[in-house]
Design a protein around this ligand. Structure first.
Ligand SMILES: C[S@@+](CC[C@H](N)C(=O)[O-])C[C@H]1O[C@@H](n2cnc3c(N)ncnc32)[C@H](O)[C@@H]1O
Length: 273
């Protein structure tokens, strides 16, 4: 079976047809956003980058809007107003994210494009991409990241949260590729993003966030892992039965069958010059 390349499978799965799989994924992955929301004083970050009474925010690869929702749940105040431009190549994602935005977030522009094809100069006070750039191909990483850096006004604030190469998402996808899809493009990791940001002129500070997620429910684990691979044709049993992926998964499984996944998110921030 020939499997589509990583960017294609991302686009295919961020769709109405992929809704159930997306919901299965967030049974565990909501924790990614809870960790980010707790990691900094985001209210101060937004307040400090307000211009003319509001923040112009570019939400890069907005997905289904889990990060703004997590900030609200963590108690983000309703002022200053945050006017959000949603950027994502998936129209489904843009509609989902727009549907969950609540004060202080107000949907404004929509950009249904790949980041590497987006052009805006000094137009935003804040730009963030949270667990968003895995499917940005390594060949397009420098261009994509440069677009994000250029989109910030001088004095603006940039944020990228991305799992490191040691983290579950990256380690799992490597083992999955080896087992089932050796020709597909690897995920982009935090280390690669940081290098690309620095090459684009951003003076990046990195905060490392270690945490775990897990479940003893095999249906939950299967749904989560299938979304991690954008592949719902391989069952958990088949994953466990393959040498490379089976070896990785054995390291995540306790004797009682419970799965625990180890994460290391890098929260990268910079002030635009
Ligand atoms: C895991 S979601 C991001 C989650 C989001 N930050 C949130 O708060 O819920 C990943 C998103 O990246 C988008 N994406 C994939 N490749 C992209 C690219 N090259 N440029 C911009 N977005 C991309 C996908 O369509 C998907 O909506």
């Amino acid at each position: 079976m020939t499997r589509p390349d990583t960017a294609r499978r991302s686009l295919d799965h961020w769709s109405e047809a992929g809704r159930a799989e997306m919901q299965a994924f967030y049974a565990l992955a909501t924790e990614d956003y809870r960790q980010l929301a707790a990691a900094r004083d985001w209210a101060a970050d937004l307040r400090d980058h307000t211009l003319d009474g509001r923040v112009r925010l570019l939400d890069v690869a907005c997905g289904s809007g889990k990060f703004p929702a997590a900030l609200r749940r963590a108690g983000l105040p309703e002022t200053p107003r945050v006017a959000v431009d949603l950027l994502d190549p998936s129209g489904f994602s843009i509609a989902e994210a727009r549907g969950v935005l609540r004060a202080p977030f107000v949907a404004e522009g929509e950009h249904e494009v790949f980041l590497q094809d987006f052009h805006a100069e000094a137009a935003y006070d804040v730009a963030w991409a949270t667990h968003a750039l895995y499917a940005l191909p390594p060949a397009d990483l420098a261009a994509g990241v440069a677009r994000m850096v250029a989109a910030l006004r001088p004095g603006g604030f940039g944020v990228v949260a991305q799992a490191s190469s040691r983290s579950h998402y990256l380690a799992f996808y490597e083992a999955y590729r080896e087992s089932f899809a050796p020709d597909v493009t690897p995920y982009t990791d935090a280390e690669g993003v940081a290098a690309a940001l620095r090459a684009a002129g951003a003076a990046v500070a990195v905060q490392v966030l270690p945490y775990t997620t897990g479940s003893a429910d095999r249906t939950v684990v299967e749904g989560f892992l299938q979304r991690c691979a954008f592949d719902d044709t391989v069952s958990l049993e088949e994953m466990e039965g393959h040498p490379a992926l089976g070896h990785y998964l054995a390291g995540c499984r306790a004797p009682d069958g419970r799965y625990t996944f180890t994460h290391e998110a890098h929260l990268m921030t910079w002030e635009s010059r």
